[in-house]
Write a protein that binds this ligand. Structure first.
Ligand SMILES: NC(=O)c1ccc[n+]([C@@H]2O[C@H](COP(=O)([O-])OP(=O)(O)OC[C@H]3O[C@@H](n4cnc5c(N)ncnc54)[C@H](O)[C@@H]3O)[C@@H](O)[C@H]2O)c1
Length: 311
């Protein structure tokens, strides 16, 4: 049994990673400030501390100081759109948190950090699978903070804190926050379809994304533990390949047995036109190949979300 620290444990991805670690018999210490996460997401077997990762007191006074086998740094403000509301807050909650965690890892003798980075680091890219060595020009404050965090990880490599940044594409699946209509393309559209029978898309239907199912993301995080050679890398984690917004809304409507309209109006600040992952590095370094197709993943998420709405 090993001890792991998971930040963002009350959120969609952090809680799923924590559950997987607990299922393997490990001890999990979790941190979350409950800004977008929910207390009920936190697995009962985890040791939980309510605090913000940018708060120095967390490291000095609150967290058990022990050489965790690894830190999964998953906490963060997770919306590009919201990062425009208060860029200074975004910097603190995302990038400053990463620096604190790195310093803490070094102080307690933890030599491994796995970081939830984002495809948002890339900014606009040509219409072909984006490789990790593509120039990164983020279009949102959120993307800038994720890229800064990746560079902080890189700098701490010289002190022996080995890190892997997973550049997650659009993650979706059961457990996603269905009430936050500013984060998560699949969850936003599915929530609108279930609530009102009307999907409001900000932007045009030709935009495209790469949708990755939550179980695949959890597997990618765990694979980092088995593959120490992934240290020092930023690695794309995609799932569906290139899927347009029009194709996504059509797939969602096909699952729904009631009428649903789709309106295209407005746009989102910092939005990229289109992006999808080149997955060669993930396959080579982690042996990661996504296992859940978009149609299967949407079906599972729809079953979960419609069950919640019916309650
Ligand atoms: N969901 C996606 O499509 C996606 C894609 C790329 C990257 N990511 C990254 O993955 C991570 C998790 O995203 P998610 O979809 O689970 O979002 P989420 O909002 O469900 O989870 C984030 C969790 O972190 C907590 N949190 C936020 N700021 C914090 C802070 N400063 N200190 C402590 N806790 C804090 C929130 O309360 C929440 O529980 C984020 O860092 C996000 O940027 C997500």
């Amino acid at each position: 049994m090993a001890s792991y620290l998971v930040t963002g444990i009350a959120g969609f991805i952090g809680s799923a990673v924590a559950r997987a670690l607990l299922a393997q018999g490990h001890r999990v210490v979790g941190v979350d400030n409950l800004t977008t996460g929910f207390r009920e997401n936190i697995p009962a077997e985890a040791e939980f501390y309510e605090a913000a990762c940018q708060d120095a007191r967390l490291y000095a006074e609150i967290l058990p100081r022990e050489p965790y086998a690894a830190i999964f740094h998953i906490a963060g403000q997770s919306s590009g759109e919201i990062s425009f509301d208060d860029p200074v807050y975004d910097l603190r909650t995302n990038a400053e948190s990463t620096l604190h965690l790195l310093k803490f890892a070094l102080a307690v003798g933890c030599g491994r950090i796995l970081y939830a980075s984002s495809m948002s680091v890339y900014g606009d890219q040509p219409d072909k699978p984006v490789r990790e060595d593509a120039p990164a020009f983020p279009r949102s404050f959120y993307g800038v903070g994720k890229l800064a965090s990746e560079h902080y990880l890189r700098l701490y490599e010289q002190y022996g804190v080995r890190s892997t940044a997973l550049r997650l594409f659009n993650v979706y699946g059961p457990g996603q926050n269905m009430s936050n209509l500013r984060q998560g393309m699949v969850s936003i559209y599915m929530a609108m379809m279930l609530d009102k029978g009307d999907i409001h898309v900000k932007g045009n239907p030709d935009r495209y994304r790469d949708f990755v199912y939550i179980d695949d993301v959890v597997r990618a995080f765990l694979l980092c533990l088995d593959h120490p050679e992934s240290a020092g890398c930023a690695i794309n984690i995609g799932g569906s390949g290139r899927v347009t917004v029009g194709e996504l809304t059509a797939a969602l409507r096909a699952l729904h047995d009631a009428p649903c309209s789709v309106r295209y109006a407005g746009c989102t600040p910092g939005d990229m036109h289109g992006i999808y992952a080149d997955m060669s590095l993930a396959a080579e370094v982690l042996g990661y190949v996504p296992q859940t197709s978009l149609s299967e993943g949407l079906k599972r998420m729809y079953a979960w979300a419609s069950g919640r709405c019916a309650k």
